[in-house]
Ligand binder design. Structure first.
Ligand SMILES: Nc1ncnc2c1ncn2[C@@H]1O[C@H](COP(=O)(O)OP(=O)(O)O)[C@@H](O)[C@H]1O
Ligand SMILES: [Mg+2]
Length: 391
């Protein structure tokens, strides 16, 4: 300190005379040039500590010889450097405060952008969904949970949209299917009721129309009930070990009469081996057999031939229903599994079909992890093949 000559030292004797002075001071500082009392134990003291307002910090220390104060050392340290140091410290502090505030603001902004905004967007999306609106998109890139959630929500909205559209179609199709038979019943019943028809034969014809239409409604409601059941996500098939030969025998017995009436031969040669066990839901698989036999009967003209067979392949049990009927045109063949699809609407309808049978079959077979396919030649016949996994 002395070297930088910033501190001035003055030594006073006991009477207050200046003995020595390291450098001159402004006259204003003379007020401090008073000696310490002579008695012993005179303490060192800081006589001026107000660094903010006074130009010097002043301290006094006694020089004691044998318990007596013989001189006083007064040190004047300029307060300017302290002020400068403290001011710059303050400036640094303010700087740090501002920087950290800005930094946290930026951080908060980033966090808000990354977390809050996507959440708000999702909240809005859910609101739109509840209003049946699907025209939104969420940012789904990223690996964090938020992005994951966005992706799930987008998937969900696509599914919901698909489901709603499908349901709309389904309802439209059903109403369409219902309208024709109901109109028939209404109109013909009305004509009969009005008593306008006297001819008994004519009357009977009208009653037949009414019967046919109500029959169609009966089958439709049956099929619809089936389809709705199969569509339920919690729908379970009840699998058990079942002899397919016996199951087919049952179906054949049921149909014997109907085929005879339609003048179609129904051929069934059970395999020599008396059992072919499958792990299946017997009620459901019976339904598939009935649907296929019904179709074969429906779409085969009198004099035709239908055959049902079952055999064991290395990895599956195969059931085929083949007929010598009208067949299915190449261009329609992939559509027959769709619900309400009929190749020839009028023809099929005349038989009471709503085009649901094969879609029900497909659903049931798939619930068994099996498959169903068809080969057909128009005018020659069709072969429906069901493959079921071996137990
Ligand atoms: N054995 C078959 N021979 C010819 N066409 C068939 C046969 N089975 C099904 N089809 C065609 O596939 C359509 C769909 O069959 P399906 O779903 O059972 O409905 P539906 O029998 O009620 O008309 C039928 O309308 C018919 O056009
Ligand atoms: Mg059918």
């Amino acid at each position: 300190m002395e070297k930088n000559a910033i501190t001035s030292v003055i030594v006073l004797d006991s009477s207050g005379q200046v003995l020595t002075q390291s450098r001159s001071l402004p006259p204003s500082q003379n007020v401090y040039l008073r000696p310490l009392p002579e008695f012993n134990d005179a303490p060192s003291e800081l006589v001026e500590s107000d660094w903010r307002n006074k130009p010097y910090l002043v301290s006094k220390s006694p020089v004691t010889i044998q318990g007596k104060t013989v001189a006083t050392v007064i040190m004047f340290t300029p307060s300017e450097p302290i002020r400068t140091a403290i001011e710059s410290l303050q400036r640094i502090l303010i700087g740090v405060t501002i920087t950290s505030s800005v930094a946290s603001a930026v951080l908060i902004f980033i966090i808000a952008k990354r977390i809050t905004r996507p959440l708000v967007n999702m909240k809005n999306a859910v609101r739109l969904l509840s209003q049946n609106k699907y025209n939104f998109s969420l940012a789904t890139d990223g690996k964090d949970e938020i992005a994951e959630l966005s992706r799930s929500l987008m998937d969900f909205s696509h599914e919901l949209k698909h489901y709603r559209l499908e349901r709309q179609d389904f309802l439209a199709e059903i109403s369409h299917e219902l309208r024709t038979p109901i109109t028939y019943i209404r109109e013909y019943a009305n004509i009969l009721r009005a008593g306008a028809i006297q001819d008994e034969e004519e009357k009977e014809k009208f009653l037949d129309y009414i019967f046919d239409a109500s029959n169609r409604l009966y089958h439709l409601s049956d099929d619809l009930f089936e389809l709705v059941q199969l569509d339920q996500t919690n729908y379970r098939i009840q699998k058990e070990s079942v002899n397919l030969i016996a199951l087919i025998q049952q179906a054949v017995d049921e149909f014997k009469l109907g085929f005879a009436e339609a003048e179609i031969t129904l051929q069934w040669n059970p395999p020599k081996k008396r059992t072919i066990n499958g792990f299946i839901d017997p009620v459901r698989i019976s339904q598939v057999l009935v649907n296929l036999l019904e179709n074969a009967k429906k779409y085969t003209p009198a004099g035709g031939h239908v055959e049902i067979k079952v055999s064991e392949l290395p990895y599956a049990i195969e059931v085929t229903v083949s007929d010598t009927g009208i067949g299915i045109p190449e261009e329609n063949i992939h559509q027959i599994w769709q619900r309400f699809y009929r190749v020839e609407k009028s023809r099929s309808r005349a038989h009471g079909g709503a085009g649901l049978g094969l879609s029900i079959c497909k659903r049931i077979v798939e619930l068994h992890d099996g498959s169903i396919r068809v080969q057909s030649r128009p005018g020659r016949g069709s072969i429906f093949t069901v493959l079921l996994p071996r137990p």
